[in-house]
Design a protein around this ligand. Structure first.
Ligand SMILES: [Zn+2]
Length: 467
């Protein structure tokens, strides 16, 4: 599957150049103005070639509830999500396909799927998502979402009221054994599918679970992935639980590090930010979800100034309610202009591209092999059609791509040197068939009510001072 892209535009340090790019055995073999053709010739004229982006945090099964959950903060939103998530593996399969397709067609070549597991069918859920991602050919970092406390434990108890929590249905030890089994069966990074340890976050996980994940991560060289301080409630909860911030606690138990990526990171102090920088942890910014759930604005400019690596995620499709990575990158970049009057701190379109590609690779400990157009790196490439209506008239290609509203702009995608999008269409699966299946497995639904929300809402409002 060797090929040579001819006359394609690439970004140089502060300009553009028209070059040929040779790809041999899945890796970028040469980039230069004129190269011999090796393998198939690809016409790159009037096209922009960029490294593939990372959709660095999502939950694929949430696709089944996109557009339906009312405007709630995270804790109530979650209660509703789980009340209506009796998923079957067929649905897991279809939503993983859908997540992969939408990610690819918005510039992504990698997806971190913090995968919600069907109780009692955990390994099957993981196997199903892995199968879907392999079929599409996107690079997948499957991160089985685990916890060992029941959902109500994620809400602070406050001073006067206290909730009693049911024990979680599966023991910590059984959960860890499950993850180890998943690693043995499915962790094949060389084949484009890796498993991460992914305790959901301090709000629903014991230290024993975090410790067990650290041990697995060390034993099998796995990356670590969690939510961190997404809401004010979680900030309060950390104080109740540990008497210090969640970041300090996770640092103390050894969870942070250069293989650890943390979704959201909204309610952090300056001291917390220093800890993230010192431990070389990665922040995954999910701006649309943060807006949708009213969680807050992550201090991304501060992270960048402190030297913390930042990448972008869509987050699950029921808190977004899409999987358009270019949209997340745009909002996630310009959102911060309102947080800092000094425009010299604002994120430029070229910086956004770097965060979405190299930043994503760093957060998964793969910056040596992914994330930039560099000879020797794996050919995870996206080629954009600069004659697409949304990228015209001709000005600055990267400015158009990041600040504009690109539609049908992705022309070709390669992962590991294998072409999986051509002429703007996914070539590995039948997307019309996927549309039909998504349609048939769902129905218009506007009247549902969540019992758990009804139980929790009064307590939530009291403890969060909303009365
Ligand atoms: Zn999430």
């Amino acid at each position: 599957m060797n090929f040579t892209i001819q006359n394609v535009l690439i970004a140089t340090v502060d300009d553009y150049a028209t070059v040929d790019v040779q790809v041999v055995d899945g890796a970028i073999a040469a980039i230069a103005p004129t190269l011999d053709v090796i393998g198939t010739t690809i016409n790159g004229e009037n096209k922009l070639l960029l490294p593939g982006f990372f959709n660095a945090h999502t939950h694929s099964p949430e696709m089944w509830q996109r557009g339906i959950i009312p405007p709630f903060p995270l804790e109530l939103w979650l209660a509703q999500l789980y009340d209506f998530a009796p998923l079957d593996t067929e649905k897991v399969y279809l939503s993983a396909l859908g997540t992969a397709v939408e990610t690819l067609l918005s510039g992504g070549t990698s997806v971190v799927d913090h995968l919600i597991l069907i109780p009692g069918k955990e390994l099957e859920t993981i196997a199903t998502a892995v199968r879907a991602y392999k079929e599409v050919g996107i690079r997948a970092f499957v991160s089985p979402l685990i916890q060992d406390e029941s959902i109500t434990a994620g809400i602070p108890s406050g001073e006067t009221t206290a909730l009693t929590h049911k024990p979680y249905f599966r023991s910590t030890q059984a959960t860890l054994e499950l993850i180890e089994e998943a690693v043995k069966q499915f962790h094949r990074p060389d084949e484009g599918v890796g498993i991460l340890v992914a305790p959901t976050g301090i709000q629903l996980c014991s230290d024993a679970l975090f410790q067990g994940c650290i041990e697995l991560s060390d034993k099998y060289n796995l990356c670590r992935h969690s939510h961190l301080l997404e809401t004010k409630a979680q900030e309060k909860l950390a104080q109740e639980k540990y008497g210090c911030s969640a970041v300090e606690h996770l640092g103390r138990i050894g969870y942070l590090g250069d293989r650890t990526s943390l979704a959201h990171c909204i309610h952090l102090s300056d001291t917390d930010i220093t800890i993230l920088a010192e431990t070389k942890s990665t922040v995954v910014h999910n701006p649309l979800s943060n807006l949708r759930l009213g969680s807050g604005i992550a201090p991304i400019l501060k992270y960048r100034q402190a030297g913390v690596n930042v990448s972008f995620g869509c987050d699950g499709a029921s808190s977004n309610d899409s999987q358009d990575l270019l949209e997340a990158i745009k909002i996630g970049s310009i959102l911060h202009n309102i947080t800092d009057f000094d425009y010299q701190h604002w994120i430029t379109p070229r910086q956004s591209v770097e965060m979405a590609s190299l930043g994503g690779a760093k957060g998964l400990n793969m910056a040596d092999t992914l994330g930039s157009l560099t000879v020797g790196k794996k050919a995870d490439l996206v080629m954009y059609d600069l004659t697409s209506l949304s990228l015209l008239p001709r000005t600055d290609p990267i400015g158009l791509l990041i600040l504009g509203r690109p539609t049908n702009a992705v022309e070709s995608v390669w992962v590991n040197g294998k072409q999986i999008v051509a002429d703007g269409k996914v070539t590995t699966i039948n997307v019309d068939d996927l549309r039909q299946q998504l349609f048939e497995h769902s129905q218009w639904d506007t009247k549902r009510k969540s019992e758990t929300v009804a139980q929790l809402e009064a307590h939530y409002r009291t403890v969060m001072d909303l009365l």
